[in-house]
Design a protein around this ligand. Sequence first.
Ligand SMILES: Cc1ncc(COP(=O)(O)O)c(C=O)c1O
Length: 377
Amino acid sequence: MSREYNIQMVDLGAQYKELKTEINSRMQEVLESSAYINGPAVRTFENNLSQFLQVDHVVSCGNGTDALQIALMALDLSPGDEVIIPSFTYVATAEVIALLGLKPVMVDADYDTFNIDCKQLETVITSRSKVIIPVHLFGQCCDMDKIMQIANQHNLYVIEDNAQSIGAEYSFDNGTKAKAGTIGHIGCTSFYPSKNLGAYGDGGAIMTKDESLAYKIRRIANHGQSKKYHHDLVGVNSRLDSLQACVLDAKLMRLKKYNAQRADLAMHYSKELESLEQIIVPSLFTKSEHVYHQYTLKVLGGKRDELKEHLNNNGIPSMIYYPIPLYAQDAYKQYHAGTVQETTERLCKEVLSLPMHPNMTRDQADFITSKIKSFYS
Ligand SMILES: Cc1ncc(COP(=O)(O)O)c(C=O)c1O
């Protein structure tokens, strides 16, 4: 009975069916033009994304991890400089810091929002601190008023890791608004296929309001060259290809609608589940729109893995983002010997993300919530 619902965490196939004619014809144009790298499709997408986000400069690149690395490379940091990140995030955020010989300094999470705990941020700042990388996790912005205030006070750069919250709008204390990824000195995003704006392969982008940073970032992403065979910086080879740009441009036009469909589904999940005492539905941070890259429950009483198993037995996938704190990963232990951060530890044991995508039907959602209720009945 359950299999008939064919529930997936993310249903990319259903989305492709909707967009097939448009995407196929855009791709056909690229194939016939042979402009596979740095072609007009890439420029068009960058311009459209910069308009959508209301940010002056968008530089596309190979993936979200490269975006973070290139952003850090653009800031003239020295080996050993400290970069402050949350301990509850995807590994990419820490990886690029370590790769560049910098030191990741990890801060505990806020239990309600899953994002970096701003109350603890200031306590880790030292004379070597140079950058804060807030990660807008699961679709909701960090407290950017607070983060920018701390950064300005201590002369730190802010690179937003916006891989999971593209399109989310942040409301500042002074009443103005800005899109996630356009608030700090640099913003980074990922177009991994399952992201809210996902390609059919890898892709990423870097956003900034600063023209000279944008020029530097564009050069770093393309072998550090200002013009062909003139390399004034050490760079990398990280480019979005034209075929991915076609897919992304087609989806960008619909991103607002897709994010609204995610939010509708989330509201429905929460309405059905919020009366269960044994789980906590996602809380809304008043200053940020939520674009629900993930719909993540906190499962109390040590029952998370049992609930996951129960859902699995009913043909319902679910995921644990993230099961291990960054500082407890073998590759990163060296940076935080002996650290235990209470909230991150707790979240790693409680979080469970439910299927979330714009093509989910009400019947599928109801089936999922009914099975969660039956677990507790
Ligand atoms: C928070 C976060 N940062 C960075 C990345 C890296 O993006 P990519 O997989 O495109 O390299 C991801 C993607 O999974 C992510 O979720």
